[in-house]
Design a protein around this ligand. Structure first.
Ligand SMILES: *Cc1c(COP(=O)(O)O)cnc(C)c1O
Length: 701
């Protein structure tokens, strides 16, 4: 089914890195090529960027690529060496000197091509790991994107252990696997340091030494050098090397078996999941907009790992924030103590939140943020002396989480109906599902009659009502139901007019998702309470916050024995790791101008989406920022839905998965919610594959 599946080889492709430049990476790479050939492997080679190269015959020549080509016994082509520069500098600087910019995608494309024509590919890096290749990426980033294991070259001398350990730490922090070390320029005559270094390098890195290349004064990077290396190969213990280079055992079948044996998945009919073909993907790594599974296959993350990711996976700044905080403390309680990340994040949240919100109450999921909002608004009126204001107004099709309080204000029968007897009573009103207008009206000329019912309830029952809870602009889980312009402002005005608190659930819409920092910013609405979660840490760690106005907060103030305290708190409240990443997330949204970029991208998206109507089963396309819902119907004319057993949405997402894209259905609504940093060409890939997948399923009906 998966066309992208790699062939599994006896020998892995490799990336050759080193402690520094000029320490023999090319020699080691050539040695590895010879070793592979000696063991019967057809090996390709690549030196993505060569700087400091000579000119010969009016052409720049990459000496490293040439040397690898001698070893491989083939000529250097563009694919082996896409970028050659004259300047003796890092690739980024050398390219800049001739007004060029290195295109990492092009390098990756050439690498993929080489993989198709060879059993294994050996790639030689440029300089050390943190050498810049483009303005924003280093050699380390390229290794991560190629998803290759590393052989690391060190030349023995003073400082070797230090440089090697630093390099290993950098590689391991990126989840890059290191197969072993190659020691270069080994000299027998150099006393204690030489001998001890090798032993200590093995012990301190925990890595095997693949080969030791002696100091060879007569060595030159040409055919003669190759002859010298060939004589070295004869001395290598091949069976030991085979063991080192053996690709790690494919753990996928074991993991899938244990997953089925031990794990109960959310929102999943496990009976169906158990029989799923192809088996569930085991996700192992992420990079930017992509996920990698345990078999090394790459998938575009079309739903931001369920609506949480903002800047892509493995964002450098967020990784760094997390690592730095982990170096200080992972968790400390907020009961009677406080911590710097929680304080600084609270200040930042209030800074970006709608006007009037002044205090931050932390928790750990969207559901808990909503529970807190409900209990807060309920108790608020009690503390003010109102006994009767006990109920909530909520919307049909609403989703606020899965705890009992948030289910009570939910409005999706499929998820919520079964728990009916456990739930508290409240008022439910129609929501603006314009494609299936509850008032049976047309979108053109809409005067929002659906708010009349709301107005009636708020004006006649306001002495019973504590608060109204709304998903601003978009009811996400219901299938991206986008409200008409002016609706949110109207709802807010009705709450204010009738003395009912307004709770906005920005769990899905917050942090730039709709093209504003918060969805409420579109209509300048200021709630009394606001819930945020999902995107708050950019998709890194569970964290949520309930923001309240000073008026709400003040109602809880009093003497200890008055018992006005808000008796609520979750153990991991204000977790420093999560708060620190959240702060970095918000900083990055601002410094990268991500709101403006999302706005621009979402405007282009509108026209790209309309072609989906060419497929007969597409009934409605809804979009707000980078939240998209494509509703599939059996009959476009009557809007008749598919029978639940036909699982159309699911079939579409499995088609997409086979083509390398992860998306999710909400019933028969196909949801697209990519990371906000998705590039134009990745977005095109997402849309093209979604289109093909819907078209394919439609053609089979
Ligand atoms: C996802 C979601 C929730 C629940 O958040 P969890 O972190 O899954 O508990 C609440 N409200 C809205 C609008 C959501 O989209």
């Amino acid at each position: 089914m998966n066309e992208k599946k790699n062939k599994r080889l006896d020998f892995p492709s490799l990336f050759v890195t080193g402690n520094d430049t000029e320490i023999g990476k090319s020699t080691a790479a050539a040695l590895l090529i010879l070793l592979y050939k000696d063991m019967g492997i057809d090996v390709g080679f690549m030196k993505p960027v060569q700087s400091g190269s000579h000119e010969a015959g009016g052409k720049l020549l990459s000496q490293d690529a040439a040397f690898m080509s001698f070893a491989a016994g083939s000529d250097v082509e563009k694919k082996n060496n896409p970028y050659v520069y004259k300047e003796i500098a890092s690739p980024y600087i050398a390219a800049k000197a001739v007004n060029e910019e290195i295109d990492v995608e092009l390098i990756l494309g050439y690498y993929e091509d080489l993989k198709l024509t060879h059993q294994a590919v050996i790639v030689e890096g440029a300089g050390g790991l943190y050498v810049p290749v483009t303005k924003n990426s280093t050699v380390l980033d390229i290794i991560g994107k190629m998803n290759l294991p590393v052989i690391h070259v060190v030349d023995i001398g003073l400082g070797t252990i230090n440089h090697t350990l630093l390099s290993m730490e950098a590689l391991r922090a990126r989840g890059i696997s290191i197969l072993g070390l190659i020691i270069n320029r080994f000299r027998d005559d150099n006393g204690i340091a030489m001998e001890t270094n090798i032993v200590e390098l093995k012990r301190l890195t925990g890595l095997p030494v693949v080969a030791v290349i002696p100091e060879m004064p007569e060595f030159t990077m040409d055919e003669k050098g190759i002859t010298l290396l060939k004589s070295l190969i004869k001395k290598q213990d091949k069976s030991r090397i085979r063991k080192i280079f053996k690709p790690p055992k494919d753990m996928t079948p074991d993991l899938v078996r244990d997953d089925l044996k031990y794990v109960w998945h959310p929102f999943t009919q496990m009976n169906e999941y158990r029989k799923e073909e192809p088996h569930p993907l085991v996700i192992e790594k992420g990079d930017g907009s992509y996920l990698f599974d345990s078999e090394g296959d790459r998938y575009l993350d079309g739903v931001s790992s369920l609506w949480v990711n903002v800047h892509g996976h493995r964002n450098k700044r967020l990784d760094e924030a997390l690592r730095n905080q982990a170096g200080k403390i992972a968790h400390s309680t907020m009961l009677g103590l406080t911590n710097e990340p929680a304080i600084r994040l609270a200040k930042k949240l209030i800074d970006i939140a709608p006007e009037g919100l002044a205090k931050v109450f932390y928790s750990d999921s969207g559901s808990t943020a909503v529970e807190i909002a409900l209990k807060m608004s309920y108790q608020y009126w009690k503390e003010l002396g109102y006994e009767g204001k006990n109920k909530f107004v909520s919307f049909r099709n609403a989703y606020h989480g899965d705890t009992i309080g948030s289910v009570s204000v939910g409005g999706i029968d499929l998820f919520h109906k079964k728990y009916e007897d456990l739930l508290f009573d409240g008022y439910k009103v129609d929501s603006p599902y314009c494609y299936r207008c509850p008032m049976d009206l047309k979108v053109s000329g809409c005067t929002m009659e659906c708010t009349v019912e709301l107005e009636n309830i708020l004006s006649t029952k306001n002495d019973e009502i504590a608060a109204m809870i709304v998903e601003p602009m978009v009811q996400g889980a219901a299938g991206m139901l986008v409200s008409p312009p002016g609706y949110l402002a109207r709802v807010s005005e009705l709450a204010n007019k009738n003395g009912v608190l307004l709770v906005l659930d920005e769990v899905a819409t917050g942090f730039g998702r709709t093209g504003e920092m918060f969805a409420s910013d579109h209509e300048k609405v200021s709630p009394d309470i606001m819930c945020v979660a999902k995107g708050i840490t950019g998709g890194y760690l569970p964290l949520a916050a309930t923001l309240a106005s000073d008026e709400i907060y003040s109602a809880f103030l009093g003497e200890h024995e008055e018992l006005r305290t808000f008796f609520h708190g979750h153990t991991y409240t204000g977790n420093p790791l999560a708060c620190e990443v959240a702060r970095a997330n918000i900083d990055l949204i601002k410094s990268e101008d991500l709101i403006e970029k999302t706005k621009a991208l979402s405007e282009e998206l509108g026209s790209l989406l309309s072609r989906f109507y060419d497929i007969g089963i597409v009934g409605d396309i809804r979009q707000s920022g980078l939240m998209i819902g494509i509703e599939l119907v059996k009959d476009r004319e009557s809007k008749e839905i598919f029978p639940i057993a036909s699982r159309i949405g699911r079939r579409v997402i499995l088609e997409a998965r086979g083509r390398g894209v992860i998306i999710r259905p909400l019933g028969d609504v196909i949801v697209l919610m990519p990371p906000l940093t998705i590039s134009r060409h990745e977005l095109k890939e997402l849309l093209d594959i979604t289109y093909l997948s819907i078209e394919k399923v439609a053609s089979e009906l």
